[in-house]
Unconditional design. Structure first.
Length: 201
């Protein structure tokens, strides 16, 4: 008869008891192991998402440049700077050298680049985030300006100069790349290669 209150009191004491330090440490160790196991896959997914995001932003700018070239009925240039790892779309028209001979454009084939342009339209610059770079740009030699700058020209008929732009991430000695190709006949920009992985020795 007297044992029932004692059992009830014992259960209440056990229910109100806090976690011990050993129990907390066990939980922390289990969580740490789970994070360590999942981190490589999560990190790889994050890097892939970053590369794809950069490639899609560049494709979006190329589509915008192509549309503007068709609408405005004059060439629109997208410039890629391998040294500064940035790219931009220049919407401004060239100055007429006959009107002001001192303000000349640097001309390489059909490419024109100059800071001295009509200010009716602003150029859109995109600087890559830290950890992302422009590995290379494959295009005709005539499109290379000042060594590090390459021009991709979009024309009024919807076509463009052919080019391939390779974006790269480098983390923990692993290099990953993704490439965007601009097709000459249609001026369409698209992802053409899957990420490339290689160990840096």
């Amino acid at each position: 008869m007297n044992s029932m209150p004692r059992i009830t009191q014992y259960i209440r004491v056990r229910a109100n008891r806090a976690f011990t330090l050993i129990e907390i440490l066990i939980v922390v160790v289990i969580i740490s192991i789970m994070i360590a196991i999942s981190y490589p896959s999560v990190s790889k997914l994050y890097e892939a998402t970053k590369r794809n995001s950069v490639a899609m932003e560049f494709i979006g700018l190329c589509r915008y440049a192509r549309t503007q070239a068709i609408v405005k009925q004059h060439d629109i240039n997208v410039f890629v700077d391998l040294k500064k790892h940035e790219y931009w779309c220049d919407l401004r028209e060239d100055l007429d050298p006959k009107q002001d001979p001192s303000k000349k454009s640097i001309i390489r084939g059909s490419s024109k680049y100059s800071n001295k342009r009509k200010g009716n339209n602003m150029e859109q610059r995109h600087t890559l985030d830290k950890g992302v770079s422009i590995a290379e740009v494959s295009s005709a030699k005539s499109q290379v300006i000042d060594k590090s700058i390459v021009s991709i020209d979009f024309y009024a008929d919807g076509s463009a100069t052919a080019a391939v732009v390779v974006f790269q991430t480098d983390k923990n000695g692993v290099t990953n790349q993704i490439a965007v190709e601009i097709l000459r006949p249609s001026g369409v920009a698209q992802i053409v290669t899957k990420p490339k992985e290689e160990e840096n020795e």
